[in-house]
Design a protein around this ligand. Structure first.
Ligand code: GLP
Length: 274
């Protein structure tokens, strides 16, 4: 695992988007794993800007989202399909048929979970998976005590998650669907590369537990310590509780892999951001 600390949420989104864009340029038929949540909105705004200003090409790319609510149609403004269409898919040249999310409105939910896993396998697995961090330390919707070897399945959401995600449901946690389909922790660990993005003071404590604490099913993000290629991008605020800050900064300043990403101002296409 590597931790990269940048000054603010905007720079964290920019760096994350630049890492994804580099992967996509190197491999135009990339299989990209996507996440939702407020933190990701700026990442998608940057990807859209790279598409418009630099010709970043999504035409051969396939995407798989981590999760989707159960019991609301894709057209519902709170659905993750709606979120993805709004923040990314409608802003770039991706083929709609190449964008995949679990179908939370499927009649046979267990069958839908199996179908989703099979589809990921069929395309050869996910090359790079983007992850946010839940208030309770979840990745995807893998709530506390999710098996660390779990696969795509139905999960009940915790009160902390309902509260965190209420904004898209009129601010009322009671309106948030109680269940979701999510890739399992095992599904996520199978991805070839994993990129976790967390920003803001509110994520600081749970982030430190996930990165530096013991691996535990109570904090499913802690399972990422097992992944051979996992990078965690955080802003100063989210890094507050990390013990190893000085070491993480030293690595970022010295590893040749990061040389092209160090001058964040030079990577910024700000003029064209929506
Ligand atoms: C939801 C998603 C998670 C995401 C989290 C972060 O719970 N299922 O995958 O990590 O939101 O949300 P935010 O970025 O709004 O804090």
């Amino acid at each position: 695992m590597e931790v990269i600390i940048v000054p603010d949420p905007e720079k964290a989104a920019l760096l994350t988007a630049r890492i994804l864009a580099k992967e996509l340029r190197a491999r135009p038929d990339l299989v990209l794993g996507l996440a939702t949540g407020r933190t990701m909105e700026r990442v998608y705004a940057y990807l859209a800007a790279f598409h418009h200003q630099e010709g970043l090409d999504f035409s051969r790319c396939q995407t798989f989202n981590l999760d989707e609510y159960i019991g609301i149609p894709a057209t519902h403004p709170g659905s993750y399909r709606h979120y993805m269409d709004e923040h990314l898919f409608s802003c770039v040249n991706i083929q709609p048929g190449n964008t995949h999310l679990p179908d939370g409105a499927a009649a046979d939910l267990a069958g839908e979970c199996r179908r989703y896993e099979a589809l990921i396998r069929e395309v050869g697995g996910i090359d790079i998976q983007l992850l946010g961090l839940g208030a309770d330390g979840h990745i995807g919707f893998n709530e506390p005590l999710s098996a660390l070897l779990s696969r795509t399945r139905e999960k009940a959401l915790t009160p902390a998650t309902l509260a965190q995600n209420a904004a898209m449901f009129g601010g009322d946690p009671a309106q948030v669907p109680r269940r979701a389909i999510t890739m399992g922790v095992g599904t996520i660990l199978d991805c070839r590369r994993v990129l976790l993005l967390a920003t803001g003071m509110a994520k600081g404590s749970i982030l430190a537990q996930a990165v530096e604490g013991p691996i535990t099913a109570m904090i499913t993000a802690s399972a990422l310590q097992l992944h051979p290629r996992c990078q965690v991008v955080v802003d100063e605020e989210a890094s507050t509780h990390l013990q190893g800050q000085e070491y993480y900064r030293w690595i970022f300043d010295n590893e040749p892999e990061w040389a092209e990403f160090r001058d964040l101002d030079a990577l910024d296409p700000r003029a064209g951001l929506p």
